[in-house]
Design a protein around this ligand. Structure first.
Ligand SMILES: *[C@@H]1O[C@H](CO)[C@@H](O)[C@H](O)[C@H]1NC(C)=O
Length: 319
């Protein structure tokens, strides 16, 4: 992490803390102390509390316009030097903070909390980090977003509009949410999407996915098999579906596949042609070196001719 970026974040946090004092009208809510450090501790964000649920933000914008929350307004200026925050004698400068870093911080779309997404989340270049922020839905993302992380939140649904038009989005990481539904066109039209990382959710079906996908990680869900259509994947290399309710191996497996993890499912049998082409004994799947079928009620000895094209036998029970 560059020093200038750290300065920028510290400056932002000072501004943010000043701009949104945790004053709760009517004393309805109490500010909760954070019980555990987030992964941003290394950025030295100190007492920054991303848990915006604790703030009454219902008329934040209105109050911000009227400036009637009784605190001195911090003066934030954009200068050639970067970001300058001046408030109550505190002065912090983010020297040489790049404009591409500042852009989403100040002009990003409003999130469902009524704040620019990059105040709720941390935007670093084209990466947006929204981990452990009590989100219940995907926040509106800057057009330039390339890597999006929203791990450890309470998101239950992905809607068509959530990622719409994000033509540069390469990676979505939604590890450990409560996602049970992904609308069918929510991800299919993302032309650059390479990695969908969505383990520890409640998915029963996968939605239609773009053919650009290289890695699909949906371990620890409730997937049953139907809805997984790997024939559309020409580039898929890593397919991680362990700890689901799968009762068959999704076929046809793309020839680009390198890893297939299906351990701890309900697979009882495999077809002779699942991995290899029974008609074409010259066909070799050179790259598929990592197949895991352990933890399934399947006896791999019953299909002795299913593996001849593989560089290695699948891991699983042969007795
Ligand atoms: C698995 O299949 C092999 C070969 O047919 C057989 O010898 C073995 O007893 C089977 N194991 C179980 C647990 O059914």
């Amino acid at each position: 992490m560059r020093i200038s970026a750290i300065w920028g974040l510290i400056a932002l946090v000072i501004w943010k803390t000043e701009a949104m004092p945790p004053r709760i009208e009517g004393g309805r809510k109490q500010e909760q102390p954070r019980d555990e450090g987030t992964s941003y501790d290394s950025l030295e964000l100190g007492s920054y509390d991303p848990n915006l649920d604790n703030y009454d933000l219902s008329n934040y914008e209105e109050r911000a316009i009227k400036n009637d929350y009784g605190e001195p307004t911090p003066k934030v200026r954009l200068t050639e030097m970067g970001l300058v925050v001046k408030s109550r004698g505190v002065r912090a400068t983010g020297r040489a903070l790049k404009m591409d870093l500042l852009y989403p911080l100040y002009f990003g779309p409003l999130s469902d909390l009524g704040l620019p997404t990059c105040l709720v989340c941390v935007c670093l270049g084209t990466s947006v980090y929204c981990d452990d922020a009590d989100l219940e839905r995907i926040p509106p993302l800057p057009q330039e977003t390339t890597y999006f992380y929203a791990r450890f939140n309470h998101i239950s649904r992905i809607q068509s509009e959530d990622f719409k038009g994000l033509r540069k989005l390469k990676r979505i990481d939604l590890t450990s949410n409560s996602i049970s539904t992904i609308e069918d066109d929510a991800l299919q039209l993302l032309p650059a999407l390479q990695e969908l990382i969505i383990p520890e959710n409640k998915l029963i079906f996968l939605p239609k996915l773009p053919g650009s996908l290289v890695r699909l990680d949906a371990q620890f869900n409730n997937l049953r098999g139907s809805g997984i259509l790997p024939e559309s994947f020409k580039k898929l290399e890593f397919l991680y579906l362990s700890d689901n309710e799968m009762d068959y191996i999704p076929v046809p497996l793309p020839s680009s596949l390198r890893s297939l993890h299906l351990q701890n499912n309900h697979i009882q049998k495999i077809q002779e042609g699942t991995f290899c082409d029974a008609e074409d004994h010259k066909y070799v799947r050179r790259v598929l070196e990592d197949i895991r079928l352990d933890g399934n009620p399947i006896n791999l000895s019953l299909t002795p001719n299913a593996y001849f094209c593989l560089p290695r036998l699948p891991i699983g029970s042969y007795i």
